[in-house]
Ligand binder design. Sequence first.
Ligand SMILES: [Zn+2]
Length: 186
Amino acid sequence: MPTHPEKLFCRIAVDRGYITAAELDRCLEFQRQSRIRKHVGSIMKILGFVTPVQFQEIMALQKRLTFEESTGAEKRKHDRTFGFLCIKRGFMTEEQVIECVREQAHCERVGLYFKLGEICVNKGYLTGANVDDVLELQKRLVFECPECRARYNAVNYEPRAIVACTECGADIEVPGVLDTISSRKP
Ligand SMILES: [Zn+2]
């Protein structure tokens, strides 16, 4: 079976017209039959469907797309926590956060990326000091497994609970950061 990045590689190769669907099938069959597993792109080279230059080109594009995919998800996760903490902290109402998230999505559609905090400041809901406060809090929410250093976000757990690391099974204590947040209702 091709891996996720390999599937992306195949899609790019077909999209660019370097290889037909039938030729791709031959490459995947070759991969299944090989005793030593080879990258599907190397097989395309071996069978003469793509040149080394084309291979490099597809590889570069595939890496960029994979990177953008993962950083996009990270940013969204970061923004979700940021919005959640603004509400917890009493800086903003849920409606205001939703409004800012919509505004952010709107900007992104026209090719402008703003951090959620920037949008909130722009709308006059947060001061720069509020943003610093929430970002500082956000940093303290990250905790690590003492055994394998896997990272978790306290937002997803009960404060001070003991949870099992999903990577190695070790016991980890969730920090009590969320406990200590004073909710100053506006
Ligand atoms: Zn662990």
